[in-house]
Write a protein that binds this ligand. Sequence first.
Ligand code: SAM
Ligand code: SF4
Length: 334
Amino acid sequence: MSSQLPLVDAFNRRITYLRLSVTDRCDLRCSYCMPERMEFLPRKEVLSLEELHRLALGFIDRGIRKIRITGGEPLVRRDVIELIHAVGRKLGNGLDELTLTTNGTQLARHAESLVAAGIRRVNVSLDTLDPGLFAKVSRRDQLGAVLDGIAAARDAGLKVKINTVALKGVNEHELPDIIAWAHGQGHDATLIEVMPLGEVDGDRIDHYLPLTAVRENLERRWTLVPSDLRTGGPARYVDIAETGGRLGFITPLTNNFCDGCNRIRVTTTGQLYACLGGSEKVDLRAALRSSDPEGRLAAALDTAMRIKPERHHFRIDHRGAQPAQARHMSVTGG
Ligand code: SAM
Ligand code: SF4
């Protein structure tokens, strides 16, 4: 890209963190994320490995310091390790951190390659430790593979954070056990409020659980000591005295964190969404495939900075409400 100017939006927020989706496909069908009969994109729509690599380099030139590879399930894309290796060469040379969010089903196979490519931390999504409930929530009987993946990641030297979406009447009762388990294994844990993104089977209000209530409940059991730690994302952390572990809260509904937003997201078709909860976007694939890719990409990123909204307006407050955005989290990249 010709412009080397850092990415700063209209609200003077410096954008340094890219979430790059490498596929919208997934081997699970988590019920809060997508419907059972999810339709995936035709493969020809998706950016090639070379295009993803060029994009990543272009973003690093514009001051992106942290890239999270996500999806869909990033590890179901065949050439993802090659991409991670290629982008990983920029670590220490423009890029501070390359990370991955995964459901863990394929992690056992890939943990060592991820470390070799420069990844040091992974977020693994895990909503329950009960095999039957896992099969119900994710619609696939894969808890064993996920637990094997988490163990392999730890053995390979990766720092693991367990991400759990808090779901009323589903895993609500199990949240303290999941946290205690994660801390017992030496992992950080983070709880996430479910967000109204995309249609799912059922009404989100039935499962929305405000983390304010969860936190009160945890405070009756444990001593939560607020921490100043920031890992570049929206989580706010506490240390739990009794478990000796760290717990994050991602609270898009009960405690908006958009003021400090430093993130943008690119879908697997090269659409840059300026906000997870907004429809403002620019088409980087068209720019990449144009006769002047450098100029068009630079201009597209400048536009993205102008249109990035101040905040999202997620609400789950009545039955039958439309999602804030029609696109699913698996499309924009979690
Ligand atoms: N497949 C990978 C995984 O599950 O970790 C990466 C993509 S997934 C979309 C990223 C994260 O988004 C996961 O932690 C998942 O639980 C979360 N997620 C998906 N849909 C969500 C929703 N509607 N609200 C809140 N979190 C959601
Ligand atoms: Fe797949 Fe992740 Fe969505 Fe679950 S949350 S369906 S693992 S993309």
